[in-house]
Write a protein that binds this ligand. Structure first.
Ligand code: PMP
Length: 447
């Protein structure tokens, strides 16, 4: 029925399997991907927002090989491995405030799932139990993954609405967006405006809310929605005021992407539970984590007879090969100049895109933090009129980019740009040129 050149035995994520032109990668080095038919593509979205130090980095490769000579997999149930323990120690050191106790998972969704259950179980058995706290407050446009619990938190109609009948209902907060501001709200009032909305919900529902769950600073999958400065810090203060936990999902924004090691650090916030994934292993191997403060962890301590342990555990969570990659990646992140380099590159990227595209009639917004950028395309930016969805302008733009040697993946009509922090200046300059040409080519004849 459909002409497809792809391997249908491999059912790929978020992919119309009957109508997709697959790009098969044979090898990769640094920021360059080589396809099976010999083309070379720049990895413009860090292989789905993961890669930090480049593909085939000698230090990470060596660490994984060394671990392979010792042991490839050890469960965390009833056992542990020195490599995994060492990573937990290092995470306790580098994460904000008193975050300390790492529960390992394999994917970001699973880390969020673990955080939800951790928060729920905490209120059942902390010193002053509040078993009625069983709900979660999540932002509009939220994306926290694809497992059922994380989908329940999700607020993106296109991804999430279908599954409504099998999901729990969160208390739904605002979309804390700086681009589409509500009528009468100026940018410098936006943080207060959105925080007041969160406060009204907490005032009404705090007795039943276990935790607020949010992506700090940037809601990636919603289309690189950037929050107003100060919103995160206000939410932290409100959580304290209303005795609600704060779960920050840094699966996308963690590990330098926003210009600080963790996005929460921009506003000096320590969440009660921090979720990490993607860049945790340098983008090499499946590894994620839910990291808790002692206040949370201590509620799970007691003699075995009391059954206070966390009733959750993933087969491959904390896999030693993935942890070895993560330790080597962290060593590279901690080199004194690494964050400076990320910020310098982010300035180069942002300045280049703004000077190349700001005047473009179909570019409605160029937004982001650090090396996370979204370019929103619209039919008419003055009237805020979107392109007809069937034109697939975002997708067309990324196909144009692929033809010019850059791999990008859009979110609707938002072109996501997230180069690996190890990119060279020349690579970022070429990326900017290709994006400008691709936007021009994709929108030239658009009605
Ligand atoms: N949280 C956020 C903020 C994400 O961006 C993602 C993935 N894009 C996830 C959770 C889910 O992570 P994973 O795909 O590794 O399950």
């Amino acid at each position: 029925m459909f002409a497809s050149t792809q391997n249908l035995n491999h059912w790929r994520g978020f992919t119309p399997m009957a109508d997709d032109e697959p790009i098969e990668i044979a090898s990769a080095s640094g920021c360059q991907l080589t396809t099976s038919d010999g083309r070379v593509l720049f990895d413009g979205v860090s292989n789905l927002w993961c890669n930090l130090h480049g593909h085939g980095h000698p230090d990470i490769d060596a660490a994984v090989r060394k671990q392979l000579d010792q042991v490839a997999h050890i469960t965390t149930l009833g056992m542990s491995c020195e490599t995994t323990n060492r990573l937990a120690d290092e995470l306790a050191e580098i994460t904000p405030g008193d975050l300390r106790h790492t529960f390992f998972c394999s994917d970001g969704s699973a880390a969020v799932e673990a955080a939800l259950k951790m928060a729920f179980q905490y209120w059942q058995q902390c010193d002053t139990p509040k078993p009625e706290k069983t709900k979660f407050l999540a932002m509009s446009g939220a994306y926290h993954g694809d497992t059922t619990g994380s989908v329940a938190l999700g607020g993106i109609k296109y991804f999430h609405r279908l599954f409504g009948p099998i999901l729990f209902e969160p208390v739904r907060g605002p979309l804390p967006c700086t681009f589409r501001l509500p009528a009468g709200v100026e940018l410098n009032q936006a943080a207060d405006h959105y925080a007041a909305k969160v406060e009204a919900l907490l005032e009404q529902h705090h007795h039943s809310i276990a935790a607020v769950v949010m992506e700090p600073l940037v809601q990636g999958a919603a289309g690189m929605i950037t929050h107003p400065d100060g919103f995160l810090a206000q939410v932290r203060a409100l959580c304290d005021q209303y005795d609600v936990l704060l779960i920050c999902d840094e699966v996308a924004v963690g590990f330098g992407r926003t210009g600080e090691m963790f996005a929460c650090e921009h506003e000096l916030v320590t969440p009660d539970i921090l979720c990490l994934g993607k860049g945790l292993s340098g983008g090499y191997l499946p590894l994620a984590a839910a990291i808790a403060r002692p206040k949370i962890f201590d509620a799970f301590l007691g003699p075995a007879s009391e059954s206070r342990q966390f009733f959750h555990g993933h087969t491959f969570g904390g896999n030693p090969l993935a942890c070895a990659a993560a330790l080597a990646s962290l060593d590279l992140c901690r080199q004194t100049t690494w964050l400076d380099r990320v910020n310098a590159l982010a300035t180069r990227l942002g300045d280049g895109l703004v000077s190349g595209l700001y005047q473009h009639p179909h570019v409605a917004d160029i937004r982001g933090r650090g090396l996370m950028v979204g370019i929103e395309l619209m039919r008419c930016r003055e009237a805020m009129e979107a392109f007809a969805p069937e034109l697939r302008i975002g997708y067309r733009t990324t196909r144009e980019a692929i033809d010019r040697g850059v791999w990008l993946r859009p979110l609707g009509d938002v072109v996501v740009v997230m180069p690996p922090p190890c990119s060279s200046d020349e690579e970022v300059e070429n990326l900017v040129d290709v994006i400008c040409q691709s936007v021009q080519a994709a929108t030239r004849d658009a009605p």
